[in-house]
Write a protein that binds this ligand. Structure first.
Ligand code: SAM
Length: 229
């Protein structure tokens, strides 16, 4: 992938990557990373082709490869820094873990009907126009394949999610520290259901995972699952 835009994810996860090189024992969908359902929300992955959209340092993808039996997990991230971080941490899990530096929409458009399961943990689904990403994800799934993602149920400052399909500009930093913004889609439940339906996905379920009382990372999470029609 070649890009000239500043990598706005350059700083994210860097501190943890320097000190924690382990494959996580657990998989969490919740913003708090504390409790709630785990990898079982993806269904039985045995022998399946799985894609992580916006995998970051690929900790969840590494967990699936190490603790479940998928044929392959493809961890896709558009950030060069995050892809490099994932490579430094988990390249030893190849070939069942395949780390791809690409924009998720572009990647999915080359993978029509290829995936059994796609997922995103506050990943590309949150930071990409859903009118582009969800149809590409639907088309990249085989019929009956599943998309599962976690996303914010409301803004981190407590403001409610949007009632129309619009993004917010969220504070970020370029690699040299210059303030910038990234687009984030924080949408109400019914909008996700409608967008998924328009993208060729059905049987949508949305669960709200409440933030734990008194935790440090307090936001409710929407855990959304849908299947390709
Ligand atoms: C908040 S991080 C979450 C990373 C990981 N899922 C986790 O839970 O640690 C969001 C990630 O999504 C990636 N991302 C955002 N939009 C993307 C897109 N269109 N294609 C691929 N990756 C994307 C960013 O580069 C970033 O690494």
């Amino acid at each position: 992938m070649t890009t000239t835009a500043a990598d706005l994810w350059h700083h994210y996860g860097r501190e943890r990557a320097a000190t924690d090189r382990s494959v996580p024992e657990t998989f969490s969908w919740a913003w708090s990373q504390d409790g709630g359902p785990g990898a079982e929300a993806l269904g039985d992955l045995t022998g399946l082709c799985v894609g992580d959209l916006g995998a970051g340092s690929a900790r969840q993808a590494a967990h699936l490869v190490a603790h479940h039996q998928p044929a392959r997990v493809v961890a896709v991230d558009a950030s060069a820094a995050r892809h490099a971080m994932a490579t430094g941490l988990y390249s030893g899990l190849a070939p069942r873990l395949h780390l791809v530096h690409a924009d998720a929409v572009e990647h999915l458009r080359t993978m029509r009907g290829s995936y059994d399961v796609l997922y995103s943990v506050f990943g590309a689904v949150d930071f990409t126009d859903p009118r582009d990403l969800l149809p590409a994800a639907g088309a990249a799934l085989r019929p009956g394949g599943r998309l599962v993602f976690s996303t914010l149920a409301h803004y981190l400052n407590g403001e409610p999610a949007e009632s129309e399909v619009v993004h917010a500009d969220i504070a970020a930093k370029t690699p040299d520290g210059t303030p910038a913004t990234v687009r984030r889609w924080v949408l109400r439940e019914h909008l996700w259901v409608n967008l998924l339906d328009a993208a060729g996905l059905s049987h949508t379920t949305v669960d709200v995972l409440p933030a734990p009382e008194g935790g440090q990372r307090t936001a409710d999470t929407l855990l959304v699952t849908a299947s390709r029609k």
